[in-house]
Design a binder for this molecule. Structure first.
Ligand code: SAH
Ligand code: SF4
Ligand code: F3S
Length: 444
């Protein structure tokens, strides 16, 4: 029996796609391998959102050349996802030992492409647009109790720095009844947490129904009885009062929102084509906190966008401090060929961008630590994820606000047995990026 190993880069949409790739390969008779060294097929599901993602991929792919020349000539290497979609045939020019290249719209073709590559010739297939949603394919969930459920694919925004619309295509929404039917099946299958996915979930339905219907979708999905409902990503220009109200009303919707701001300066937000001002962003945050006072907020921020002055950057620091984000993902801008920003001349020198990035990262760390510190002494219903990667005697769990908690594994219990269960936890200590806790006495 042939075995496969998948390495996934990039966003949650790619994680979801990888679960479908695994499902497809298993239906085609493959079995999972415990590592790339022993697999018959190695699949790279790739990201190209930043230059570093590209570099990592090509670095890892080229290191596999040794596998082929060192006694395993038959191993097949497949590159799919966003780099596959963008580079197509050109992947072979950069890494001649790759056997299969596929894109974001034709995951379903992978088993056939692998068969074709067995003859020793590389097979490349890229579709310009997709007809099927990957969700219609079989899946093997990484965690049996959690499911990613795409509600839209692609993106209709044109953020000046972003490659995603060109590798994922225009936004397409799934029919609401399909999403609800899928979640109903998942719940019956034991899934306790569902994350609805889209590049901009708030515009869900615009292409299909003529107007956004995300708040209705949230209510319909919550009606399935799923215990924990999350969603990503929310675009600040499109998050509606109705969605905020649905978040506040529905107990299943977790009190956490990822709301990427990208920048704090209006000039840069305009150059980025984000479609909102910092004032509008702050207004949305105010509305959210009025409706859900303890809501946890995270964001994405880009430093060093072309033309960014020290004053612009100071506006980012100021906004971050004002909102007091619980967490932020920070990135140094990298030009992506073919995006409008790649043509902008006034680039920020690398050292300047790095120095600003370090200042922002220090602020983010302090805010995250402060936010975690406020949790100490609280009791939270935590969803146990399983053993920590570093220490098998430690469990990782998530609070409703999406904070990571480390807990000692109680004697006599197994991490695998506890994974996917929800338990009351007392938070005992704060660290910058996680909390420590212990199982609370349920009779407290
Ligand atoms: N659809 C989501 C996120 C898409 S990509 C959204 O609209 O927010 C994830 C993050 O990568 C972005 O939020 C942005 O912060 C970052 N990013 C995207 N393109 C980038 C680039 N060219 N350079 C640096 N960071 C980038
Ligand atoms: Fe990229 Fe903007 Fe679309 Fe997000 S909303 S995927 S940043 S174009
Ligand atoms: Fe990356 Fe593609 Fe997602 S470029 S961020 S994996 S949509």
């Amino acid at each position: 029996m042939k075995s496969y190993f998948i390495r996934t880069f990039g966003c949650q949409m790619n994680k979801h796609d990888s679960e479908r790739i695994a499902g497809l390969l298993e239906s085609a008779g493959y079995v999972p391998a415990c590592g790339p060294d022993v697999a018959d097929v190695i699949v790279f599901n790739t990201c190209c959102v930043r230059e570093t993602a590209d570099e990592r991929l090509y670095g890892q792919v080229s290191s596999l050349k040794a596998l082929k020349t060192g006694g395993r000539p038959d191993v097949l290497i497949a590159v799919g996802g966003c780099v596959g979609q963008r580079d197509g045939e050109a992947v072979l020019a950069r890494a001649a030992h790759v056997d299969v290249v596929f894109g974001t719209h034709n995951i379903h073709e992978l088993p056939a492409l692998l068969d074709a590559a067995e003859s020793g010739r590389p097979s490349v297939s890229i579709l310009e647009a997709g007809e099927t949603f990957a969700s219609d394919l079989p899946q093997v969930r990484e965690k049996p109790w959690h499911a990613w459920v795409p509600v839209t694919v692609g993106c209709d925004n044109h953020c000046a720095y972003c490659i995603v619309p060109s590798v994922r295509g225009p936004e397409r929404s799934r029919p609401m009844e399909d999403v609800v039917a899928e979640v109903t099946t998942l719940v019956a299958d034991g899934v306790v947490e569902v994350t609805l996915l889209g590049q901009n979930v708030n515009s869900y339905g615009r292409d299909r129904y003529g107007k956004p219907r995300f708040s209705e979708l949230l209510r319909a999905v919550a009606d399935t009885g799923v215990s924990r409902l999350r969603f990503a990503t929310s675009h600040p220009k499109d998050i509606s009062d109705e969605t905020i109200a649905a978040m506040a009303d529905l107990p299943a919707v977790m009190p956490y929102l990822h709301l990427p701001v990208q920048h704090g300066s209006n000039d840069i937000l305009k150059a980025m084509r984000r479609g909102y001002t910092r004032e509008e962003y702050l207004l949305r945050v105010g509305k959210l906190r009025d409706a859900i006072p303890d809501v946890a907020l995270s964001t994405d921020i880009i430093v060093g966008f072309p033309g960014e002055t020290e004053a612009d950057f100071a506006a980012t620091l100021d906004l971050v401090e004002r909102v007091a984000f619980d967490h932020a993902f920070t990135f140094i801008y990298s030009a992506r060929e073919g995006t409008p920003a790649a043509a902008l001349a006034d680039t920020v020198p690398r050292e300047v961008a790095q120095e600003r990035f370090d200042r922002l990262a220090a602020l983010v760390r302090n805010l995250s630590y402060a936010s975690n510190t406020r949790e100490v002494g609280s009791f939270r219903e935590c969803l146990i994820g399983g053993a920590s990667r570093r220490d098998s005697a430690v469990l990782g769990a998530r609070t409703p606000h999406n904070r990571l908690v480390h807990l000692p594994l109680p004697t006599g219990e197994s991490a695998a047995g506890l994974a996917g269960t929800t338990r009351l936890v007392r938070i005992t200590a704060a660290h910058p990026w996680f909390l420590s806790g212990e199982f609370a006495d349920d009779s407290r």
